[in-house]
Design a protein around this ligand. Structure first.
Ligand code: ZN
Length: 136
């Protein structure tokens, strides 16, 4: 079995935003040489997350608005006593910091309306994303 890692770097420019990383992830799958297997997309961060959904400006806004509704900034969270970013930690904890996709015939399998996004919840900052492709 082949296991190939690639690290992506993403600079976010806002407090919260969705950054489309589909092209970079697909490139990592192509470069890996894996024909059939799995692709893990993982953000090693406690205040960011990974999702797969449609790249449509309104929906991307809706996702961020929904997160703001569910985890409002400065809502008296206990962690805010030391760090002021509890809302970002909560969003990351409940969305999850990774997604896994099938790889078939050297291509990442995803729906037409499933682009891959880094969800920035505590930007702007530089984020790492680890893409691991494994298979035959
Ligand atoms: Zn914190």
């Amino acid at each position: 079995m082949k296991v190939v890692f690639k690290e992506l770097r993403v600079s976010t420019s806002n407090l919260t935003e969705l950054v489309d990383i589909t092209r970079q992830v697909e490139e990592a799958v192509r470069e890996s040489g894996v024909v059939n297997g799995l692709c893990l997309v993982y953000a090693p961060h406690a205040t960011a997350a990974i999702v797969a959904n449609e790249h449509e400006a309104g929906l991307m806004r809706d996702i961020l608005n929904k997160l703001q509704q569910e985890y409002p900034r400065g809502a008296g969270w206990l962690h805010d006593r030391i760090d002021d970013n509890a809302n970002a930690h909560l969003a990351s904890a409940f969305i999850g910091s990774s997604r896994t996709f099938p790889v078939m015939d050297r291509r990442l399998v995803r729906g037409t309306w499933q682009n891959i996004f880094l969800v920035e919840m505590d930007g702007p900052r530089s984020r790492r994303i680890v893409v691991e492709v494994l298979g035959e």
